[in-house]
Design a protein around this ligand. Sequence first.
Ligand code: ADP
Ligand code: VHF
Length: 372
Amino acid sequence: MSEALRQARRIVVKVGSSLVTNEGRGVDAEAIGNWCRQMAALAHQGLEVVMVSSGAIAEGMKRLGWTSRPTELSELQAAAAVGQMGLAQMYESQLSRHGMGSAQVLLTHADLADRERYLNARSTLLTLLGLKVIPVINENDTVVNDEIKFGDNDTLGALVANLIEADALIILTDQKGLYSADPRKDPDARFIDVAQAGDPALEDMAGGAGSRVGTGGMITKVLAAKRAAGSGASTVIAWGREPDVLLRLAAGEAIGTALVAGTAKTAARKQWILDHLQIHGAVRIDAGAVAKLTREGASLLPIGVTAVEGDFQRGDVIAIGDAQGQEVARGLASYSSAEARLIARKPSSQIAGLLGYTHGTELVHRDNLILR
Ligand SMILES: Nc1ncnc2c1ncn2[C@@H]1O[C@H](COP(=O)(O)OP(=O)(O)O)[C@@H](O)[C@H]1O
Ligand SMILES: N[C@@H](CCC(=O)OP(=O)(O)O)C(=O)O
């Protein structure tokens, strides 16, 4: 596992409310400054880092002078809106101190459940990473109700790891990691240093939140590790105040609890595409494009497309067939069938002129393409 983290190129770091707001006392400049310094150092080493930060509700409550957490959803949402300003301001100023640009991304469950919005969120995050900017993500609390909530940011962290195919998810919390029982309640709890992500025994060990401001507790972290493993990302749960925790983890030091993913990243993502999505349409491609896909593992460009069949949206799975109609691959379309008809047989340099915008130069990006 330590080797896996040493080789990780893209990581998601999730920090919980109690750490971010110093147990509800207010945005913790020193703690956030420390993580920002480390994330900037990793980015300067060439790693791609995404931050998922909780703390909006806890900070909002403090700013509004509320001492107990309201039960009314609209009040929680109002607190989140107030507190998010404090989080954004702190991350922006701390990251810029260390020479890094930052960006705020607020997501809802519906954004990741909808195929088109999923692809848009993915492209935006990857573009931000390409621009050497650190995205700071939280749930868009103001517009969600209980039914469409991620519920907790551990889950959001895992979904973001799936979305951008991160190599690792690092969950920073107020404990050193996972114990065999909640250490706040059981002084004999045993520390777990490494386990397989998704092992059901972990779910029995993990309890709910122990602090006044945290929400999910350890159970949501264990489930997040299982979810992250679905796209091949391993998870580490570690104490957020451990000195240089991110730098040391990235250097391969064994800190916290490692929950190791069983399947390799690319294989896991491609299997997910095969398992979860129905085919919505098809394209035929010429012999040159078949050779590019099958021999070089290249993306499918519009220029190789000779026909577009059926009705599909951006983000749908399409079958890719050769001139004889034999399926050679499947993949997620970056353009709808209507757009694909306009750009088929055309060089990618003409996409912007033909559509007035582009979603990239590929009709199906190689990361989203599975050869049959
Ligand atoms: N098996 C366990 N090992 C460690 N912590 C546990 C366990 N079960 C429950 N917890 C509780 O989970 C808490 C961390 O979750 P939470 O309060 O939601 O933090 P965060 O705000 O970082 O998400 C710990 O403070 C601890 O009391
Ligand atoms: N979106 C919420 C996050 C709630 C949450 O999951 O908190 P935590 O369990 O501390 O990670 C907020 O910013 O307050």
